[in-house]
Design a binder for this molecule. Sequence first.
Ligand code: ADP
Ligand code: DP6
Ligand code: CO
Length: 354
Amino acid sequence: MADTTVYRASTTAPVNIAVVKYWGKRDAKLNLPTNSSISVTLSQADLRTLTTASCSTIFTSDSLTLNGEDSDISGARTQACFRELRARRAALEEKDASLPKLAALPLKIVSENNFPTAAGLASSAAGFAALVQAIANLYQLPDSPSELSKFARQGSGSACRSLFGGYVAWRMGEKEDGSDSLADLVAPASHWPSMRALILVASAAKKGVSSSSGMQQTVASSGLFQERIKTIVPANMDLMEDAIKNHDFEKFAEVTMRDSNSFHACCADTYPPIYYMNDTSRAAVRAVEAINAKAGKTIAAYTFDAGPNCVVYYLDENKDAVLGGFADALKAVSGFEQGAVAAVAGVIDETVTS
Ligand code: ADP
Ligand code: DP6
Ligand code: CO
């Protein structure tokens, strides 16, 4: 009789919000970036992806259910993840004939984000990190987080950074095959444990231009972008790594805000222009400025991914001034959704869970 066992493994994965942004691909097929980037991995208490991967002879084909709906898996990115992970499993099965032959079975992936999908809160990062880790768990792969980050990168660039907790760099690498384009740890969360992220949801709606498409348009048409990847990002990478190493919040904050502004300026310089930030986002920028002006120093830093939603980094010792300042500012700002403060997340060390 045919073996109808359903093999199954689950994982959760966190979002990460970049402080030096990835924007631009030098190779769209392998998802190789035009610049390195740095992010902070946020606690999974509020924002996380939960993914279950199963395989069995009873499934007829590969499938992905995302937030309860059938999702297209024919795209090259998902296919690349499936292919790479299957190849790793097949290699194990070849070495050890006693292992069940899982690589040949159809994969069923069921995933759910507990926060807005495709709204500029890094759903593709948590999503593909979880997809890769869930399948790696199912296949019992021995690969390190760095190795798995190369698979996740092919699903969504930012996903490679969600394989690590803490402060994480994605080194762009130089090789054409992408073998050196992977995530590595800048510092664990314990290095600077008082870092917090306030997440403000200006809109949970799906963005009009996906990150993948937006960055391709920027690479193709923005002159400003050339300056960004040549001089601005390399300088910001150095400044940011030093700020993190030295616990220098004022420097961390300035580079974070400048890099977000530079990225959105490149979006505006794209032809035709792309606008991810809206009036509500700009009100959040002003609120952060007011908080910092009142404190007489920089105690809060805004950053925006490819969407209108705001993430504010601050240190726990300034919680009252930052959260209080926002509560005051938000009263005057129309546009923030009910329960706009979606989460106050710490930085975490542990990342994907098995
Ligand atoms: P975001 O700003 O949320 O990262 P993107 O435009 O980068 O938005 O990517 C959104 C896309 O990422 C979704 O349309 C979907 O294809 C994919 N995605 C999001 N969450 C998941 C998930 N949990 N599992 C698999 N793919 C996901
Ligand atoms: C603005 O990783 O979502 O959030 O690789 O095409 O899936 P793809 O793009 P994605 O882009 C993220 C862009 C960003 C900045 C960042 O996270 O570094
Ligand atoms: Co994304």
